[in-house]
Design a protein around this ligand. Structure first.
Ligand code: OOG
Ligand code: MG
Length: 261
């Protein structure tokens, strides 16, 4: 794909996000849309955010659970990039003004203290991990109807990411079985989604391994000092004003966010 088209699509997605308007899916008219072109568009979109003063502080894996892949009718994991301005504080408010059709989903996150590059093992990930926390991700696809025709549409759109909330972290994560934690996402105290961390790539640590592999295809790595959202354990739910969404992951501190008009 030509550089000019990459920039044009990145700009269009950037403006759609800022003006909270959805767009038709690009892959409809681009039969030859390649996975790596989509990541180039994503990178260009991140450059636009950095030019506006945002700082990249994290990465996200997506479509790591079968439930999510079924919900979105897509077939492989993908990643996105997270900035400081996308963070909502634990216990804070999330205002719906400025979003299109946001949804929320339950995740687990890793704080990475040393670089992870290329083909790595489970032990490499654990050695490079400083701490672990439960997390919520708010998705807000910039496409009409929160629908896609291809992985390329989603990847170009920074894998639908909008905001995230990180719970308090724990550093004695080796004492718990990260691949078998019960996860409950509640709305105003009532359980709406229930899953287990094993839904995340069979083991959230494997999501981090997959992320390093996907980044290596772009000549990149997981840098020291960032955090990684490992992907949702269940399908996402739509946000409405008045909801307080909380996430309880077994053995990890809980977190919540309140949704406002
Ligand atoms: C793509 C992003 C999926 C996850 O955790 O599975 C994702 C989407 O559903 O629009 O973030
Ligand atoms: Mg997610």
């Amino acid at each position: 794909m030509e550089k000019a088209l990459i920039q044009k699509i990145a700009n269009t997605l950037h403006d759609a996000r800022l003006s909270a308007h959805s767009l038709p899916q690009f892959s409809k008219d681009l039969p030859d849309f390649k996975r790596q072109d989509a990541y180039s568009i994503q990178e260009e979109g991140i450059r636009l955010r950095e030019a506006a003063g945002e700082k990249v502080i994290g990465l996200k894996m997506g479509l790591t659970s079968e439930g999510k892949r079924k919900q979105m009718n897509l077939d492989a994991p993908l990643y996105g990039v997270l900035t400081d301005r996308m963070q909502v504080q634990n216990g804070g408010n999330y205002k719906l003004t400025g979003s299109i059709h946001p949804k929320i989903e339950p995740e687990v996150a890793f704080y990475i203290k040393s670089e992870l590059k290329g083909k790595i093992s489970r032990e490499d990930v654990l050695n490079a991990t400083d701490s672990v926390c439960a997390a919520l991700e708010i998705l807000d696809s910039r496409y009409d109807g929160f629908k896609y025709f291809s992985m390329e549409d989603v990847i170009s759109d920074n894998s639908s990411s909008s905001h995230y909330i990180l719970g308090p972290k724990i550093s004695d994560f080796r004492k718990i079985d990260l691949a078998n934690l019960r996860m409950q996402m509640k709305v105003n105290g009532e359980t709406k989604m229930e899953g287990n961390s094993k839904e995340i790539s069979d083991d959230p640590v494997i999501s981090v391994i997959q992320l390093a592999e996907l980044l290596a295809l772009r000549g990149k790595s997981i840098p020291a000092g960032c955090f990684v959202l490992a992907g949702a354990a269940t399908a996402a739910i739509s946000l409405e004003p008045g909801m307080t969404v909380s996430l309880e992951v077994e053995s990890l501190p809980h977190l919540s966010v309140s949704i406002k008009d």
